[in-house]
Design a protein around this ligand. Structure first.
Ligand SMILES: Cc1cc2nc3c(=O)[nH]c(=O)nc-3n(C[C@H](O)[C@H](O)[C@H](O)COP(=O)(O)OP(=O)(O)OC[C@H]3O[C@@H](n4cnc5c(N)ncnc54)[C@H](O)[C@@H]3O)c2cc1C
Length: 389
């Protein structure tokens, strides 16, 4: 009789674990509490599914905070392998000018449809609306269905953001709290209490700025001013440092100008207003409002002092946006409670994968790549474990 494997969670990590195991003779059951699969993956596809990144592997791996842990899996299922896998599902992909990889159609739905069909064709059994409520050794308890025993169990339950899409973190009760690094928002906006004066520039970008927490790592691009604070890929890139070092963000509002050039451009001129001088220096309305909001009025008419601050404008941020809104989460099941094959040391029947593990990365395709590769690593672990049983 075929051995049985339960996978809890039909997100990208769980589906990838099922796909890997489906090449062997196992009875594979996927339990998903939502009425359909991979809702967060579909959401990721709404703004263009950035599935991986084409940069050299060494650079790619360095994007993760827990790179040593993830490296072997990502080397095996890297960006090229992901593109080949998509082609196998009939989905063409392309590498954008930034190196990011997308499906040509940009959406996740066609890929997911083809993927689910292939899994079902290979005999994987899907059980939707099956909410798992407890895990004891090799037994899963469900909200409304009888408990079931399995030869192995893969947990692929996701982290804790966007809980309405399924990843509600209820699985944390099944493990010891010391096994889990507390979850924190990642790839999230940051909060700052603006005065009413900033309202006219809500939604406007601070264009082509340079931002840093630690001057050794500067991120370039646009940051959007929002009613709650600041948001953009540049902010996401600095999330880890903000979280781990200090909530002070420093901005160079005009990185293309030297301080000397800027001082010259900011010199008061009797023929034009201060607003015009600033605009001609390159300070559009978003940047000008930010300066007026943060820099004391007495300094506005002093080009030397003002230029220094514009090149190093410090913003003392309050906190991150709530974790529920974050694109991903830092924290999760700690690497030291798992084997290299992502098997729980305290319960060898159980393997973990995907965003529920304690790793963090910026957006850019790194999140899904880690979910896919850890799904495969856990599945390989299940196979090796069941071979010896
Ligand atoms: C708006 C947005 C945009 C994003 N864009 C990108 C992007 O472009 N590129 C990128 O790389 N990443 C992106 N991400 C992140 C990416 O979608 C996630 O990292 C990924 O979906 C996590 O996969 P997972 O399988 O680990 O978990 P999830 O996708 O969260 O799946 C976990 C599944 O487990 C199920 N589950 C949980 N608990 C139980 C239970 N007790 N019983 C049964 N089922 C359960 C859930 O319902 C869910 O379906 C984006 C995320 C968001 C929110």
């Amino acid at each position: 009789m075929a051995k049985t494997v339960a996978i809890v969670g039909a997100g990208p990590a769980g589906l990838m674990a099922a796909e890997f195991l489906s090449q062997y003779n196992y009875e594979i059951h996927i339990f998903e509490q939502m009425p359909s699969a991979a809702r967060k993956f579909l959401m990721a596809g709404k703004t263009g599914l950035n599935i991986s990144h084409a940069e050299p592997l060494k650079q790619f791996i360095a994007r993760y905070d827990q790179s040593a842990w993830l490296q072997a899996g990502i080397e095996q299922f890297n960006a090229k392998a992901i593109q080949a896998w998509m082609t196998g599902l009939g989905i063409e992909s392309y590498v954008g000018s930034s190196g990011r990889i997308f499906p040509v159609e940009m959406k996740a739905a066609p890929l997911l449809r083809a993927w689910l069909k292939r899994l079902a064709d290979t005999g994987v059994r899907f059980h939707y609306r099956h909410r798992c409520t407890a895990l004891t050794r090799n037994t899963l308890t469900f909200e409304q269905q009888p408990s079931q025993c399995f030869d192995a169990i893969v947990l692929a339950c996701g982290a804790v953001s966007w809980s309405r899409l399924g990843s509600d973190g209820a699985w944390q009760k099944w493990l010891k709290s010391s096994d889990i690094q507390p979850f924190m928002p990642s790839n999230a906006g940051v909060e700052y209490k603006w005065s009413e004066f900033m309202q006219p520039v809500f939604g406007q970008p601070l264009k082509r700025i340079e931002a840093w927490v630690d001057p050794h790592y500067k991120a370039q691009g646009d940051i959007v001013i929002t009613h709650y604070g600041l948001e953009s890929g540049v902010v996401y890139k600095l999330n880890r440092q903000l979280r781990e070092q200090d909530m002070t963000l420093t901005l160079d509002l005009l990185p293309d100008l030297t301080i000397d050039d800027l001082v010259k451009k900011l010199k008061p001129n009797k023929k034009q207003s201060m607003a015009n001088t600033w605009r001609k220096a390159g300070l559009d309305s978003a940047k000008a409002n930010l300066i007026r909001e943060i820099i004391a009025k007495e300094i506005w008419q002093h080009p030397e002092q003002l230029a220094q601050i514009i090149k190093q404008l410090k913003i003392e941020l309050k906190c991150f946006r709530p974790i529920e809104e974050a694109i991903s989460c830092a924290g999760g099941v700690r690497s030291d409670v798992l084997t290299k094959q992502l098997q729980l040391k305290s319960n060898p029947h159980v393997f973990c994968c995907g965003e529920m593990l304690n790793w963090d990365a910026p957006t850019g395709g790194y999140l899904l790549t880690a979910c896919f590769s850890t799904g495969r690593t856990a599945a390989q672990g299940v196979h090796d474990y069941l071979k010896t049983k």
